[in-house]
Design a protein around this ligand. Structure first.
Ligand code: URA
Length: 432
């Protein structure tokens, strides 16, 4: 006789507990995540629960259980057999944030394995895989065997995260996206950390962005998010630290895909914009410290070509040609200063939105990106310009895209008389 499965809890009770500000017991929370993944708990019920979490918050122990339940919804990888330490980096996302590209090979050049399982861009922050797919032949999808072989040999891998990691998060994140519940710190922290812990890295460095172009505009909330994630990692045996870093201004001079690869290669060749170098070096030091190499001279590895060698090997291992020409745009549109003075600001968010509208990002997960589209900045805040001097250039495959990008950029930069106060790029370091 086939009996019906008797569910251990009632979703409405769990929702009411959180709605009224209570702590959800561990077994009920684990059941909720499992039953939602199975399709027994409906989207409407999970959305109500997510809203209750957003309004009422969660205790540290509840966040730990939620994260653990999301990890348990899928496969858990292990790099224990690799014979070298593993360290990963996660950024909460920013405009012009291509740091993974120089960082992964730089860290790998010290004999540490960097399994960088990444996603594609959605909205105004670009995706690392989209950027690397500008390189002819480069392939994001790797089997587990290929991933392990590359970690053993080259040391650095940037590839697509398999669908098997934390499937509960995939479902919940899509739901949060359409129910105004993305911003809940317990939900963001458990979403990010469930994937990173399931991936099986020994240690993790988080780059939590703060500012107008970031998910977290406010320093206190960014700090709370960072602390919550550092606690989750530490509680799960993943050595975790976080840097809070400024995202008021785009990082570097390139915003897009192919142009961001070009800029990353400049950094690997020992040059590149100062802010990209500074952040790459700061994150590499954190990663290498966690991996047991606190004295590694990361600047030397950028200057003497070791990081570049690791980059070339990493791109080749995934079918890419590191010497191939990158896509170039069909249409370009320079924007010039109308008066002379000092550039006082360039706001990250509108520049990100404009690059997205030019085709560098996607509005729906299934849309393709235009690899040559984006924006090249010619100056940054604090620099002096003359009237008529180009400030930045828009790139697209179709000139009809320029009008909407320019609309996004209205009021997004300013040229004035006085230099802006300089803001530190790395604001704070958060450890367990
Ligand atoms: N990135 C994630 O993976 N999850 C979130 O909730 C937010 C950002």
């Amino acid at each position: 006789m086939s009996g019906t499965v008797v569910e251990a809890f009632d979703a409405v009770d769990v929702i009411r507990t959180k709605r009224d500000g209570g702590a959800v017991p561990e077994d009920a929370l684990r059941w909720l995540v499992d039953a939602y993944t199975r399709g027994y708990v409906a989207d409407a019920q999970m959305a109500a629960f997510a809203m209750a979490v957003l309004l009422r918050g969660m205790a540290r122990d509840e966040i730990r259980v939620l994260t653990d339940a999301m990890i348990a919804s899928g496969e858990r990888m292990s790099f224990a057999g690799l014979g070298k330490p593993t360290v990963d980096k996660h950024s909460t996302g920013g405009v012009g944030d291509k740091i993974t590209l120089p960082l992964a090979p730089l860290v790998a050049s010290f004999g540490v394995a960097v399994p960088q399982l990444s996603g594609r861009g959605l909205g105004h922050t670009g995706g690392t895989l989209d950027k690397l797919e500008s390189i002819p032949g480069w392939r994001a999808a790797l089997s587990n065997d290929e991933l392990f072989a590359q970690l053993r040999g080259v040391g650095a891998v940037v590839c697509a995260a398999g669908a098997g990691l934390a499937p509960a998060d995939k479902k919940l994140y899509a739901l949060r996206d359409v129910t105004g519940t993305v911003e809940a710190i317990p939900l963001i922290a458990s979403s990010i950390m469930s994937k990173k812990i399931a991936e099986g890295t020994d240690s993790l460095v988080l780059d939590v962005k703060v500012g107008s172009g970031a998910f977290m505009r406010d320093l206190d909330r960014a700090r709370e998010l960072a602390r919550t994630m550092v606690e989750l990692g530490t509680d799960s045996g993943v050595a975790t630290t976080a840097l809070l870093t400024n995202m008021d201004t785009p990082l570097g001079l390139a915003i897009g895909n192919a142009n961001e690869v070009r800029e990353s290669v400049e950094v690997l060749a020992g040059g590149g914009p100062g802010d990209i170098v500074e952040l790459t070096v700061a994150l590499a030091r954190e990663m290498l410290t966690l991996a047991g190499r606190p004295d590694a001279d990361v600047e030397a590895a950028l200057a003497d070509g070791r990081a570049m060698d690791a980059w070339r090997a990493m791109i080749r291992a995934q079918g890419g040609d590191p010497d191939a020409a990158l896509p170039t745009p069909r249409e370009s549109h320079p924007v010039t200063a109308t008066t002379g003075g000092v550039v006082t600001r360039m706001d990250a968010l509108p520049f990100g939105v404009a690059a997205w509208r030019l085709g560098a990002g996607r509005a729906r997960a299934q849309d393709p990106v235009v690899h040559a589209a984006g924006i090249d900045l010619h100056v940054k805040p604090g620099e002096t310009v003359q009237a008529g001097q180009p400030l930045f250039t828009l790139h697209a495959d179709d000139e009809q895209r320029f009008a909407r990008a320019l609309e996004a950029l209205e009021g997004a930069w300013a040229v004035g008389a006085e230099a802006p106060a300089s803001a530190p790029l790395v604001i704070e370091r958060i450890t367990a």
